[in-house]
Design a binder for this molecule. Structure first.
Ligand code: PKZ
Ligand code: FAD
Length: 671
């Protein structure tokens, strides 16, 4: 963070920091995943942020679309040089997934870099879908930025339903080439980040045809522009998809092929091959391994959700400590808005959710690494569970994060609506995460498939995988005895999830027994399946969050343990109060216990209040990364709002030309 001198800091924020009763650094270490990770992140930040190239003289949002894109490319190039020449030196390839790299990227780009998908998906797909020989060919070029790539899967007509993609890749054994073609308007590739004007290569997911037979979708590396002139190759039509709600510097593009040829070697052949004569050979043991990049990105998006929510919470909590409004007690000074319990209710759940998602995200990452290690040995048994886990966690984390970032904006009143607060841009960026890499509903339904099967296994007494093991106890179908202890609450959330899953399974069974097809019975149950999947995910987050807090604070100072446990308990109680209808249905909770729970929630808000600023300081965001007039470390909110306002092009002259052109003639009746 940019601390400046203490004298510059807003007096209310100074007092808040004196009130903080725990060691902030210890919490930072927990959030980063360990002291070594924090030190590495800080090292990366020091290297990357000590250059002026990240600073815009004119605020990004005051530039027109083309200027913004050009500026984003300029900064992307400077940033890529730093990544390539300095950051990869610090951490090696691991840097690509490091929080330091992710954070420093935000210092350069208020919106999104047109290179984001190059590092975010193009490089990971090369690592995940290429043979070692192909990796040796493509990876150094990509890391050296000699080529820039995008990931084009979605089409104008299909995003969710990958099997319905229409782009074809037909093998021609005579020339040992694939012929890429876009047979219809709806087969146009659409949305790929970096594709419109920036990328010269693209991973294209297309229906593979060889020897007259379709083998389903496969990924190909496709050169689309000349490396020197950057002109699209003949047979390639590429451009920008038009203005979007956010991501306007991300260069999302469209792409069409007209009988466009690429060498056979450009098919990514780790999981399936086409031999020179056109014979198709399946290498992978699991049908869905070509979907691997999506699983990887979904896993990373959980921590991405935590990261963005932590930024919003930092902005809103610091602002709420500086902002004073109203006079609840006559004659007394106006309170800091952070003293209003309603404001605490809006904001402390944001801090707690950022912790919950970050710690669950780190746990998911470790699970992902373990499954990957198994798969390297040829064992794909745990892939379905990972898919179910990453699908629902991606859905719920991105959805919660977007909703709570919007709540942070509401919590900042009118000033939260200023682009200079950075909350609107943050929201427009994060709300897209609910859609991309698998839509919310669609992913929850993927998890639901796994849950219904697990329920059937539980009923028949089979051994269950770890994340659904709780279903075995619930198969007895009795209401769980409510207790407001942490374990008791987690047990109740699990009972809710189990009850909902059981109801779905029963509904499907009932419908099929009366002659409805399985497919229709499934569709008729999808509203409840989504709810069951969400309940399962919530129970899992609660369990993982609490487990990680207990584990990670075991060697911490007592005060850190206390504040971390208060936040985790707040998260559980918040969700119990949000889902009282479900608890009444599936546990023995009664009205007096609900009243007790409400009191407990309000007590927790009061207990967390003195540490609120300390808790957001522990997220350790430098001002360059927050980009916020309301959230800077020093709390000079009003000064910064004024400084930013004065940078508006509308303040360059005291009278605009439109006055002379239109307003004056209108007033004089001469228009
Ligand atoms: C500084 C730089 C760094 C910055 C770092 C920032 C963060 C990083 C930024 C990235 C920024 C991204 C920007 C957006 C990039 C896109 O959006 S790329 C496009 C992503 N597109 C999607 O996600 C599409 C979503 N759709 C799907 O995934 C699939 O179509 C669906 C919905 C899973 C259905 O697939 P399907 O083949 O029809 O399969 P379906 O018949 O439903 O199921 C068959 C079986 O396969 C299983 N299955 C399905 N999928 C899988 C899977 N993936 N694995 C295993 N099993 C699976 C099912 O569970 C099912 O099993 P059973 O129940 O039969 O046992
Ligand atoms: C900012 C952004 C960046 C993106 N970047 C990329 C990229 O780099 N590369 C790329 O390939 N793609 C990219 N995408 C595309 C993205 O992956 C898709 O938009 C996403 O997967 C959703 O697919 P869709 O747009 O076809 O939505 P649809 O599938 O058409 O969804 C529309 C609605 O229908 C519902 N629906 C669809 N199917 C079902 C079903 N089976 N059951 C119930 N409901 C259903 C959905 O829940 C949703 O409410 C990007 C998208 C955005 C917004």
């Amino acid at each position: 963070m940019t601390k400046g001198t203490q004298a510059d800091v807003n007096p209310d924020l100074k007092k808040e920091r004196l009130k903080c009763n725990f060691n902030i650094q210890e919490v930072t270490f927990i959030i980063d995943g360990g002291k070594d990770k924090t030190l590495q992140r800080k090292k990366i930040e020091d290297v990357a942020l000590n250059i002026a190239a990240s600073i815009d003289e004119v605020p990004e949002e005051c530039l027109n679309l083309k200027e913004r894109y050009d500026n984003a490319v300029r900064k992307s190039c400077v940033y890529s040089n730093i990544v390539k020449n300095e950051l990869l030196e610090i951490t090696g390839l691991e840097a690509l997934g490091s929080p330091g790299l992710r954070r420093t990227a935000d210092a350069f780009f208020k919106d999104v870099s047109p290179f984001m998908l190059h590092l975010g998906m193009f490089v990971p797909t090369i690592i995940g879908q290429c043979t070692p020989e192909q990796q040796a060919h493509w990876l150094p070029k990509a890391l050296e930025m000699q080529i820039i790539g995008a990931y084009a899967q979605t089409e104008l007509g299909h995003g969710t339903f990958i099997r319905g993609l229409e782009t074809t890749a037909t093998y021609d054994p005579a020339t040992e080439e694939f012929v890429l073609h876009s047979p219809t308007l709806t087969s146009t590739k659409w949305w790929a980040g970096g594709l419109g004007n920036t990328a010269n290569h693209c991973i294209v997911v297309a229906q593979l045809y060889t020897k007259g037979q379709c083998h389903g979708t496969h990924p190909f590396i496709v050169p689309i522009r000349d490396l020197d002139t950057h002109e699209p190759f003949p047979g390639v039509k590429v451009g920008d998809v038009g203005i979007r709600m956010g991501f306007n510097t991300a260069d999302n593009g469209f792409l069409r092929f007209n009988q466009y040829r690429i060498p056979r070697e450009n098919m990514m052949m780790k999981n399936a091959k086409v031999m020179k004569d056109g014979t198709y050979v399946k290498v992978a043991r699991h049908e869905k391994l070509t979907y691997g990049t999506m699983v990887f990105v979904r896993v990373t998006l959980v921590m991405e959700a935590a990261f963005n929510l932590a930024k919003a919470a930092t902005i809103a909590v610091r602002y709420s400590a500086v902002r004073r409004q109203s006079q609840p007690k006559p004659g007394e000074p106006e309170p800091q808005i952070l003293d209003y319990p309603t404001q605490q209710h809006k904001l402390f759940i944001c801090i707690a959710t950022a912790h919950a998602l970050q710690l669950t995200g780190l746990w998911l990452w470790r699970t992902f690494e373990a499954v990957l290690a198994d798969m390297r040995k040829g064992d794909t048994d745990s892939l379905p569970e990972l898919h179910a886990l990453s699908s629902c966690l991606k859905a719920v984390s991105t959805s919660d994060s977007a909703a709570l970032i919007e709540q942070c904006r509401f919590a900042c009143g009118g000033h939260g609506y200023m682009l200079s607060s950075n909350l609107p841009l943050l929201y427009s960026f994060v709300t897209a995460t609910r859609t991309y890499e698998g839509d919310y509903t669609v992913l929850l339904l993927q998890t639901a498939r796994f849950l219904v099967k697990a329920w059937e296994q539980a009923e028949s007494g089979k051994v269950l995988t770890p994340t659904v093991a709780y279903l075995a106890c619930a198969a007895a179908k009795e209401k769980v005895v409510w207790s407001d202890s942490v374990d008791g609450m987690i047990r109740s959330f699990q009972a809710v999830a189990a009850g909902k899953i059981a109801a779905c399974a029963e509904n499907i069974k009932r419908l099929t027994k009366t002659g409805t097809s399985l497919e229709d019975a499934w569709q008729l149950s999808t509203v409840r399946l989504v709810a069951a999947s969400e309940a399962h995910c919530r129970a899992m987050i609660c369990q993982a969050y609490w487990h990680e807090v207990t584990r990670l604070t075991a060697s911490c100072s007592a005060s850190v343990k206390i504040v971390m446990e208060q936040l985790a308990t707040l998260y559980l109680v918040y969700w119990a109060l949000e889902t009282t209808g479900d608890l009444l249905r599936y546990s023995t909770i009664c009205e007096s216990e609900l009243n007790k729970l409400q009191l407990k929630y309000e007590e927790l808000l009061a207990l967390i209040r003195p540490n609120a600023v300390g808790l957001v300081d522990a997220f350790d965001f430098r001002d360059e990364i927050l980009h916020s007039t309301l959230g800077a470390y020093d709390g000079r909110v009003y000064e910064r709002l004024m400084e930013e306002a004065l940078k508006s092009p509308l303040n360059e002259t005291s009278v605009q030309s439109s006055f002379h052109k239109y307003i004056r003639p209108l007033a004089k009746g001469k228009l």
